[in-house]
Ligand binder design. Sequence first.
Ligand code: IPE
Ligand code: IPE
Ligand code: MG
Length: 230
Amino acid sequence: MQLPDNFHIAVIMDGNGRWGEIHKKNRVAGHEAGMNRVGELFDESTKLGIRHLTLFAFSTENWKRSSFEVNGLMRIFREYIKRESAKILGENVRVKFIGDKAAFSKDLIAMMISLEDQTKENTGLQLNVAMNYGGHDEILRATRKLLAQNIAPEDLTKELFENALDTAGTPPVDLLVRTSGEQRISNFLLWQAAYAELYFTDTLWPDFDANELKKSIAYYNERTRRFGGN
Ligand code: IPE
Ligand code: IPE
Ligand code: MG
């Protein structure tokens, strides 16, 4: 499968709740099933030579959900980091959490920072996990950071702005995948996905397997990217 160098794929992992309701009558069970798909996705991404993978795990708006669901998700995030850290380290994956960590409990923040620290020298797949992430919030936080540095308006460049975003150092998104049939961005990577190719599938996230990933890349390979040129 042909892929450009430094390929960046971003995934809105949607449809866990519906999957849980259909199969187990419980949305949190759907999140568990969804979590169990993530390892397969990064294994396959590594095999395909994808350099950058960004996964939308929890949005700044997802706090609006019931406390049962939010608490269930927090338990699943903890379990995931505990369970998968060894695999992540062994596979040379570099993990970065994007989004505002401050909203999470102290122990979860410590786990996220520790995984980032332990993997920061890894040279394989660069895995960004978006947690309490919103495109608006990220742009606002970046703007605040720049204002605090007293940057003169005329000195602000696209590069400086991009370096203040959570994704600093990551190339723009080439392919944005959304599962579950919804065709919207839902506040994900608003800056970074400016010229991304968009791929939507009706498959619910817990059913999204390696073959589905390959289908999305085949779709990407059929596109002609123009970036406003002709
Ligand atoms: C995506 O699945 C995961 C999170 C938002 C945390 P959903 O929970 O949004 O699943 P649906 O869209 O309700 O089926
Ligand atoms: C986007 O899905 C967030 C994640 C997948 C983490 P949502 O389910 O929250 O988005 P909407 O509400 O359908 O737009
Ligand atoms: Mg959803």
